[in-house]
Design a protein around this ligand. Structure first.
Ligand code: CA
Length: 223
């Protein structure tokens, strides 16, 4: 996924860029509205993250100008201003979603993914009760996992990890993302806990385990 991040505070921009980069997404940074409009005119982005309070052209105007150019790229507004009026104004200017600062990084990622899904018409398995993929069946109601029709005993973390892999099939999951979603950790505890659990899960699901691919220094992907 290609993302344009429009943020004038370099510290904040750097933090967001690193986090999104860890998801395997590529991020261009624009430090003001002028720069943002230039980037958007010469590149194709899947999602634009737009800070409202910018030097020069304000975020709202950037949004309005993009829409006036018939750009349909999903725009997620990021702002410290959290009044209902600001939100309504942002949405009226053509933003698709709105996230007040400070935000939870997991929420930012979830919203970016949701915008991207909406724009591409891609629907994830996320709401299905029974997820079937290859010989693996995951029942979210009974929490039973079957491989080739035989039930497999998994610990809670192994199950959470499998569910994350299944619902993100074909996409790269960084170690940071897995730690965040399965363990609720926002920073790497500098252990190889993720690798250990992926190894266990692979063994437990037998031949299906080969579908969990290791991307060196990046993370994992379920094919
Ligand atoms: Ca700002």
């Amino acid at each position: 996924m290609n993302i344009l991040l429009v943020e004038d505070e370099l510290r904040v921009a750097d933090f967001i860029r690193r986090g999104l980069g860890a998801e395997g997404w590529s991020v261009d940074h624009a430090a003001d509205g002028e720069d943002a409009l230039e980037h958007a005119a010469s590149n194709v982005y899947d999602v634009i993250l737009l800070d409202l309070m910018l030097p020069g052209i304000q975020g709202q105007d950037v949004c309005r100008k993009l829409r006036a150019r018939k750009s349909s790229t999903p725009i997620l507004m990021l702002t410290a201003l959290d009044s209902p009026e600001e939100k309504v104004e942002g949405l009226r200017m053509g933003a698709d979603d709105y996230l007040p600062k400070p935000f939870d990084f997991d929420e930012l990622i979830a919203r970016v993914e949701a915008l991207h899904r909406r724009a591409t018409g891609y629907t994830a398995d996320a709401s299905e009760t029974v997820i079937t993929s290859g010989a693996v069946t995951f029942n979210r109601a009974s929490l039973q996992v079957m491989v080739d029709g035989t039930e497999v005993e998994l610990s809670k973390k192994e199950r959470d990890l499998l569910l994350l892999l299944l619902t993100s099939k074909g996409r790269v999951l960084s170690r940071e993302r897995i730690l965040n979603t399965v363990w609720g950790l926002n920073e790497d505890p500098l252990t190889n806990v993720v690798d250990v659990y992926v190894g266990r899960l692979r063994r437990k699901i037998g031949a299906e385990g080969k579908r969990i691919v290791t991307l060196r220094n990046v993370g994992y992907r379920m094919n």
